[in-house]
Ligand binder design. Structure first.
Ligand SMILES: Nc1ncnc2c1ncn2[C@@H]1O[C@H](COP(=O)(O)OP(=O)(O)OP(=O)(O)O)[C@@H](O)[C@H]1O
Ligand SMILES: [Mg+2]
Length: 193
């Protein structure tokens, strides 16, 4: 399953737009969905996940120690999707392999939750026969020419200033046979015939 069924590229100009786009995506996700987030340090993976949480209507603001790898955000009865999926948020940055992913037992929660894995590429694909990849880039309009991970000079500044981002979505497997309609609002990089 190395070839995506489709790819859509959107650009945003502010962190709030990233959040809002993710919230819209969160509105169409279902229990069992796996999202793999890729992008250099500070690209906006956590910002995107927070937006997903809003769209899913899960509890936010759970205070976690820095080195917790998995956070479970339960769905809220008074949120936009009562009875909907929980959000399981994984940061796989420190995990080296698929084997280490297996140690944290995501299978237990996958059926009732949306599972979002920052730095998940090449580590979590085996968890599901379908996945939605979300790739965030700090450069705009590069058409994927730049490296996806931080091989260049890393900027460790906490950058709260709004900057443009390119966000590339790719669908893999039967769950993502078609792109969600909300991704069709702007130019897409590939037509679906
Ligand atoms: N268009 C944008 N989209 C998302 N974040 C943006 C945007 N413009 C500026 N930012 C800022 O960039 C930072 C992104 O931080 P965030 O923690 O979401 O990144 P991350 O990819 O999760 O990083 P890490 O690799 O450390 O986990 C935030 O401070 C956010 O306010
Ligand atoms: Mg993060």
């Amino acid at each position: 399953m190395s070839e995506p069924q489709w790819e859509r590229t959107l650009t945003v100009t502010t962190a709030e737009q990233t959040h809002a786009l993710a919230a819209a995506v969160g509105g169409v996700l279902e229990a069992g969905d796996l999202l793999v987030l890729t992008g250099e340090l500070g690209a906006g993976k956590t910002t995107f996940t927070q937006g997903l949480g809003e769209g899913l209507g899960v509890r936010t603001g759970i205070i976690s120690p820095t080195f917790v790898l998995v956070r479970i955000h339960p769905n809220l009865q008074d949120g936009p999707r009562p009875g909907g999926p929980d959000l399981v948020h994984v940061d796989a940055y420190r995990l080296e392999s698929a084997a280490e992913i297996d140690d944290i037992d995501l299978e237990n929660t996958m059926d009732t939750a949306v599972t979002v894995v920052e730095w998940g590429r090449d580590r979590v694909e085996h968890l599901s026969d379908s996945r939605l990849e979300v790739e965030l880039h700090r450069s705009v309009g590069g058409g994927g020419a730049l490296p996806a991970t931080g091989t260049g000079v890393l900027d460790f500044d906490t950058d709260d200033d709004d900057e443009p981002r390119t966000i590339v979505f790719r669908g893999f497997g039967p769950r993502w046979a078609e792109a969600p309609r909300l991704l069709e609002t702007t130019t897409s990089s590939e037509g679906g015939n």
